[in-house]
Design a protein around this ligand. Structure first.
Ligand SMILES: [Fe+2]
Ligand SMILES: [Fe+2]
Length: 264
C-alpha cells in the first residue's frame, strides 16, 4: 500500500460498524484509521476519518448509515486523521451535535471553528444518554492530544479508546487476534512509543493505576481508532501497553536517512 486507502466497512458488533482506512508510514508499516457508527436509538458516529479521503469516507459511511439520521458525533480529538469529514457531517446531519471538550472545541477553532450551538461539552467522568444507553466519557491511559476523550458503552460492553491501544501492522485485518501475538505486541508497543512518547517518563504506579481503571470496565470490545476490532483481549492489550514506558524510544529517520531513502 503506497497511499492512504479506505476499506469496506465491517461489523464490530450487531450495533457497531467500523469504517476503516489504512495509512502507510514509510519504514513502519501501516496504521488503521477507524471511525465507528454506534447504532444507538440516537445514532452516533465516532470520528470522521482522514482529510484526503473525505469523498470515499462519506460514501462508505452512507453504505452503513444514512448520515442524515446521525444525532451525535463523538470527536475523540481534533487530529487530522479524526476530523477529515467533520464539516460535511455537520452539513449532512442537521440535528447532529458534536460531543467534545472545551479544549477540543478550542483546537477546532484554530482551523475549522465549530458552531457553538452544535457542540456538547462533556468532560471525562461525565455521561450522556443516546436514547437506549448511557455513555461515559473516559480519558484513555495514552493519547497524543490534550483534549482526547474516549468512552464506555455498557450496552455493547465496548471501550472506544481513541488513539490508545493502536498498533502498527503489516497488512489489513478485521480482528486484532488475527495479527498474531508477536506482531500485535510489537506493533502496539511501537505505535505507543510513536504516538505517546511521554509514556517513557510516567510514574509507573500512576500508569499502572490508569491501566487498572480500564481493566475495571470489563470491556469485551476494545475499539481503538488505530487497531482492528479486539474481542475479549483487554487484558492482553493492557499487558502490552504496560511494556511501553521501558520500551526503546522511537527516533525517526534523520536527514541522512531521508537522503538515502530518496536515493533508493
Ligand atoms: Fe491523535
Ligand atoms: Fe489518531
Amino acid at each position: 500500500m503506497d497511499k492512504p486507502t479506505m476499506f469496506e466497512p465491517y461489523q464490530a458488533a450487531p450495533d457497531i460498524d467500523v469504517v476503516p482506512a489504512y495509512f502507510p508510514i514509510p519504514g513502519l508499516g501501516i496504521i488503521p484509521i477507524n471511525a465507528f457508527v454506534l447504532k444507538a436509538a440516537e445514532p452516533l458516529l465516532v470520528d470522521t476519518g482522514l482529510v484526503p479521503l473525505s469523498d470515499q469516507f462519506m460514501e462508505k459511511l452512507s453504505s452503513v448509515s444514512d448520515p442524515q439520521d446521525l444525532r451525535w458525533l463523538w470527536l475523540t480529538h481534533a487530529d487530522q486523521d479524526h476530523v477529515g469529514s467533520l464539516r460535511r457531517i455537520l452539513q449532512a446531519a442537521p440535528r447532529l451535535r458534536v460531543i467534545t471538550t472545551f479544549l477540543g472545541a478550542g483546537r477546532m477553532s484554530l482551523f475549522q471553528p465549530l458552531p457553538m450551538d452544535r457542540v456538547y461539552l462533556l468532560n471525562p467522568g461525565q455521561s450522556i444518554s443516546v436514547g437506549d444507553r448511557i455513555l461515559t466519557a473516559i480519558k484513555p491511559p495514552s493519547y497524543d492530544a490534550a483534549e482526547t476523550t474516549g468512552f464506555y458503552d455498557p450496552k455493547a460492553a465496548a471501550f472506544f479508546c481513541a488513539d490508545c491501544l493502536g498498533a502498527l501492522m503489516s497488512e489489513p485485518e478485521q480482528n486484532a487476534a488475527d495479527m498474531g501475538t508477536a506482531n500485535l505486541r510489537e506493533g502496539l508497543v511501537k505505535w505507543a512509543t510513536v504516538d505517546a512518547p511521554w509514556l517513557h517518563t510516567v510514574n509507573k504506579r500512576s500508569f499502572s493505576k490508569s491501566l487498572s481503571r480500564v481493566r475495571e470496565l470489563s470491556a469485551k470490545l476494545i475499539l481503538s481508532a488505530h487497531l482492528p476490532v479486539a474481542r475479549d483481549m483487554t487484558e492482553e492489550l493492557l499487558g502490552y501497553l504496560a511494556l511501553v514506558p521501558t520500551a526503546e524510544p522511537f527516533v525517526g529517520p534523520d536527514q541522512q536517512a531521508l537522503e538515502a531513502m530518496l536515493r533508493g
